[in-house]
Design a protein around this ligand. Structure first.
Ligand SMILES: NC(=O)c1ccc[n+]([C@@H]2O[C@H](COP(=O)([O-])OP(=O)(O)OC[C@H]3O[C@@H](n4cnc5c(N)ncnc54)[C@H](O)[C@@H]3O)[C@@H](O)[C@H]2O)c1
Length: 368
């Protein structure tokens, strides 16, 4: 492995850009690659503005981060991370087309004289990275898997403070290089889990599946407590105080949503079905999330007169973000409006603009 502290990052979108900036600040020379000329220019001119905390400041201060649309520029280094999108397909599995396109591009270039190490940071279906390795190994590329446990709205801070660093490595030397890079910008004391690619792919999805299960558990016990006339907060605090359980993600509130939890949960179910070892817990978690949504709607209907406008304060999938992907609060607003209830959505202008562009006058809006 090259002793020089240099990495390539292919796909400098929401996640890749944060990763590139964190690496740069910790002393790496970083070459980022993306497809749009305008975007790359705005990065190089430091004109790009992100809603994600710290990105704009870090970009302004970056001295050793350069972006390009030319994939071969990323090959000036031995360690190349990939953060392109892997959208979910209707059957729950992930679409790996963007990674495939990069693989095709790499295979069309001359075979590298020194081994290049590709590290997939995208969320993939378990088994995919092995398939990719079989394709790229003969062309002098290794393939490792190194997913991120981050949430929109705190990506940079989450990358700096992980609980777990998960590495599915092709060999020990590349595993060492990935670990060293993470630890270089890590401010927490994570445990590092190194394993084969398939195990790491399953571990990534299983982590999010467990969290969705915990959220659904808390909400269903909460709904039960409310229905029975008990104190939901006290019930959940007591349950979570048991150190075998823990209070994190055990609060009563909205169901899980956003760009990661629901789709990782479905992807794990899909993978489980594919290997004929079904995972009923994951599908039950989805059903519970849905049931909780209807409980919340009934609660709102009971609290408002039929002609009264119902205000939904905040419809981003998580407070503090501007993303509405699989937002439970937006689903509540939508289901209420479909029942001919007057609904007022209150949120930041950016969020309102997104909702309005999809749903127009279905709701009333108030900018916070
Ligand atoms: N954003 C999150 O909250 C989050 C959390 C955990 C995991 N992930 C995973 O990380 C991956 C990336 O997610 P994201 O949210 O950053 O996606 P994104 O869409 O914001 O960024 C992907 C970037 O890749 C670029 N790209 C596509 N094809 C390319 C190519 N051939 N060459 C170079 N660049 C190319 C796109 O232009 C885009 O800028 C996904 O697999 C996602 O599942 C995302």
């Amino acid at each position: 492995m090259n002793a020089e502290k240099k990495i390539g990052v292919i796909g400098i979108g929401k996640l890749g850009l944060c990763f590139a900036l964190n690496a740069e600040r910790s002393g790496y020379f970083v070459t980022g690659v993306d497809v749009s000329e305008d975007y790359v220019l705005s990065i190089n001119q430091k004109a790009f503005r992100s809603p994600e905390p710290l990105v704009n400041e870090y970009l302004q201060e970056a001295k050793n981060f350069f972006a390009s649309t030319d994939l071969s520029t990323a090959l000036g280094t031995d360690l190349i991370f990939v953060f392109v999108a892997t959208p979910a397909l209707p059957d729950g599995s992930y679409n790996h087309e963007q990674i495939e396109r990069i693989a095709e591009q790499l295979l069309s270039l001359p075979k590298p004289t020194s081994t290049k190490h590709l590290v997939i940071g995208c969320t993939t279906m378990p088994g995919y990275c092995n398939t990719l390795a079989a394709k790229l190994n003969p062309h002098n590329y290794t393939v490792s898997y190194n997913p991120e446990f981050i949430a929109q709205g705190s990506i940079i801070r989450n990358q700096q403070n992980p609980d777990v660093i998960l590495i599915g490595e092709e060999n020990e030397s590349v595993g060492n290089a990935i670990e060293e890079l993470h630890l270089s910008f890590c401010q927490s004391t994570p445990t590092v889990h190194r394993m084969d690619r398939l195990s790491a792919e399953i571990a990534k999805l299983a982590t999010n599946c467990f969290l969705t299960t915990k959220i659904s558990f808390a909400n269903s016990i909460g709904d039960l407590a409310i229905k029975a006339g008990a104190d939901v907060t006290k019930v959940l605090q007591a349950v979570g105080a048991d150190s075998r359980i823990g209070n994190k993600y055990l609060n009563y509130g909205d169901g899980f949503g956003g760009p990661c939890f629901p789709r990782d949960n479905r992807a794990l179910q899909k993978f489980a079905d594919t290997v004929q070892q079904p995972l009923p817990l994951a599908s039950a978690t989805d059903k519970v999330n849905e049931q909780h949504l209807h409980f919340q709607i009934q609660t709102l209907l009971k609290a408002h007169k039929p002609d009264e406008c119902i205000e939904i304060d905040g419809v981003a999938y998580k407070a503090g973000t501007v993303f509405i992907d699989e937002s439970q609060r937006l689903k509540i607003a939508l289901l209420l409006a479909q029942q001919n209830r007057k609904v007022m959505i209150t949120d930041r202008a950016e969020v309102i603009a997104q909702v309005q562009s999809i749903y127009g006058n279905l709701f009333e809006y108030r900018v916070k």
